[in-house]
Write a protein that binds this ligand. Sequence first.
Ligand code: R5S
Length: 308
Amino acid sequence: VTQSPVWRALSPAQQDQTLFEERHLRYISLLGKGNFGSVELCRYDPLGDNTGELVAVKKLQPNKQSTMEDFKKEVNTLSVFHCDYIVKYKGVCYSMGRLSMSLVMEYLPYGSLIGYLDSNRHNVNARRMLLFASQICKGMEYLQTLRYVHRDLAARNILVASDSLVKIADFGLTKIIPFDKEYYRVTQPGESPIFWYAPESISESRFSHKSDVWSFGVVLHELFSYCDMNCNPKRLCMQEIGHNVQSPSISMHLANILKNNWRLPAPPNCPPTVYSLMNECWAYDFEERPCFSSLGNQIETIMQDERE
Ligand SMILES: N#CCCn1cc(-c2nc(Nc3ccc(C4CCNCC4)cc3)nc3c2CCN3)cn1
């Protein structure tokens, strides 16, 4: 279509396929809400005949946590990624005369890993979980080649494209590591998902590919727990810390129990090889943690054994 005479007649702005006109975005339903804003299911229907494509539109809720500046960074970050295991950027939609903007992405029909595993627990076996884990690994390996740290790797931010494909989403907290350092130090830790954080991230706000590896270990735990809310990482950590402990000393208590070598317990029926992989990711010293490429190889090996 982009070489037809009709197309050639359009102006460059009209040919820009990453620009979505608000008047053609038809709201269908709410897909997710967070401290970032909200994600809506819309149909982009310029012909007005319901033949348009379904898209996921993330609208920014400017609040104390996330500003328009952060949102623009998130849009720019996502727009440079081209990877089968990272949710696809489609473009932006400006409204109120460029005063507000929305991020348009591919719509993944099965939602987040949390809802999917909870409702498909009987037909998702260890092999399929390892397939998902290896895809997340490949996505993280790709991010690492571009020097990005995700900083919010968690099952809630993994989306399910089909019964055999998951993708990493939500790059609201993603940072690029400066060329002369091996880590990123955050100044203003907002709403921090500390139960997915490595010890050095909790106590020094220090983030690196190795802190993403720690979070990947927690995602493995969520996977093999079928994202059961009764044994999610936050609940298990709070049980250990003591439910009566209040913020902000929770992070200090969490840092302490991790320093004393407490770790999340093995999920029920979790293969011992998978639990030891989690514990490799949870090495206290970040230099001892495996890199994503070695994690990917180990997962492939375990998948072979699971097949036999
Ligand atoms: N990550 C992150 C946190 C923010 N967030 C992202 C999305 C998102 N959801 C989908 N798809 C989606 C979502 C839910 C359902 C159902 C599940 C059953 N209950 C009813 C709803 C179905 C399909 N596709 C996306 C996105 C972003 C790009 N493409 C939602 N929240």
